[in-house]
Design a protein around this ligand. Structure first.
Ligand SMILES: Nc1ncnc2c1ncn2[C@@H]1O[C@H](COP(=O)(O)OP(=O)(O)OP(=O)(O)O)[C@@H](O)[C@H]1O
Length: 354
């Protein structure tokens, strides 16, 4: 879908940002460009939609050399999401999302209807559509940025560090949202991040960039983890490696059922008699409640039954009750998994690998 053939970019001041890059990005794949700051990830991405021109080599999109396609035409088929969303401050959420459709000449009414579809797709609350970006949280703004990029249904999505400015809990939510969206939409996504964890969580394929704009490895996420191409790549992944490997282990958990909520509170007996679980009106987990002191601890990570072992471990460790909340597709609390069960699976899985 997107190919780089011996592409080099040298800026006028002599900096070589990208050095002889060859890469073949398959249609429908999620590719993460990862590496430390200044390694040419953004430059490589921006050459795809011609925000930056290559100095030499060739880039093709859907078989066409981008040099031969007018920039505006090229960009109408390529959604673009950046850090801090880059929304127009004086346009409402709805008008922001409708922007590309309007540029494409879609009549206003139809553009708004399609924009609403995109807003629903990213699960942004519909009552926010008439607000201005400044009235939204960072995470909500990013959702608008993703909706705007998706509204015109482009086959390709470029995302440049889109989640690096939001707090870790929201970032985790947005990452899970991207995984869900990609399952539904099957776009060709290129995602720039300096965070190897984010790359491994999201990417089917990972391109590891190093100083001087050199590509060190381009492979499936699991292969980068288990067979790093060289010492540069191993140094990127060496910290917390065992923990990261859990990303690729199926948790294969069974949920233990929960009692019915009474006034929004679910008793966790017999698993835990010190804590209860508060849920919202829709039955989604909200907070852990310490029965004796009434202390409330927001529920951070939750799991679904097909989650990997790493997310399951995160959910257990983030829970003061030592239980992970299992949610269904709608985010409704459907059960719990005990810490011991997850720890036993982690121990088994380390055994598998040795
Ligand atoms: N317009 C420019 N003129 C000169 N040098 C530039 C320009 N833009 C980027 N560079 C340099 O090119 C190199 C690659 O930059 P690039 O932004 O592509 O890297 P990156 O891996 O995306 O890093 P970051 O995450 O910090 O943006 C860096 O050394 C950067 O300083």
């Amino acid at each position: 879908m997107i190919t780089f053939e011996s592409v080099t970019k040298t800026y006028p001041d002599g900096t070589t940002a990208v050095n002889d890059l060859s890469l073949d990005i398959e249609e429908g794949s999620f590719t993460a460009f990862v590496g430390p700051s200044g390694c040419g990830k953004t430059t490589s991405m921006r050459m795809i939609n011609k925000m930056i021109d290559a100095s030499s080599g060739r880039i093709t999109v859907a078989g066409k050399d981008v040099a031969d396609v007018p920039s505006t035409q090229l960009r109408l088929g390529i959604g673009y999401v950046i850090q801090n969303a880059g929304l127009f401050p004086h346009r409402t959420v709805l008008d922001n999302v409708a922007t590309v459709l309007r540029l494409k000449g879609v009549p206003a009414k139809e553009a708004r209807a399609k924009a609403m579809d995109a807003i629903e797709r990213v699960r942004l609350r519909p009552e926010l559509v008439h607000r201005y970006p400044a009235d939204l949280s960072g995470g909500q703004q990013q959702r608008v940025g993703v909706a705007r990029a998706l509204a015109a249904d482009p086959p390709i999505l470029l995302m440049d560090e889109p989640f690096s400015a939001v707090d870790p809990v929201v970032r985790d939510e947005l990452q899970q949202e991207m995984i869900r969206l990609q399952r539904e939409l099957k776009k060709t996504i290129v995602f720039v991040t300096h965070d190897i964890d984010e790359a491994l969580i999201l990417g089917d394929k990972i391109a590891v960039f190093g100083p001087g704009g050199v590509l060190h490895q381009y492979a499936a996420a699991e292969e980068v983890m288990t067979r790093p191409a060289n010492t540069f790549v191993s140094s990127m992944i060496s910290k917390d490696r065992g923990y990261r490997a859990l990303t690729f282990r199926d948790a294969a958990l069974t949920a233990e059922p929960l009692a019915e909520p009474v006034a929004g509170i679910i008793s966790l007996d017999p698993h835990n008699s010190e804590w209860s679980l508060a849920v919202d009106d829709n039955g989604r987990p909200d907070a852990w409640l310490h029965r004796a002191s009434s202390l409330r601890v927001p529920v951070g990570a939750v799991v679904t039954l097909d989650d990997n072992l790493r997310r399951s471990l995160d959910a257990v460790l983030a829970s003061p009750a030592g239980l992970a909340v299992v949610v269904d597709e709608a985010g409704v609390a459907a059960g719990v998994v005990r810490g011991e069960t997850v720890f036993a699976r982690v121990a088994d899985s380390s055994g598998d690998r040795s």
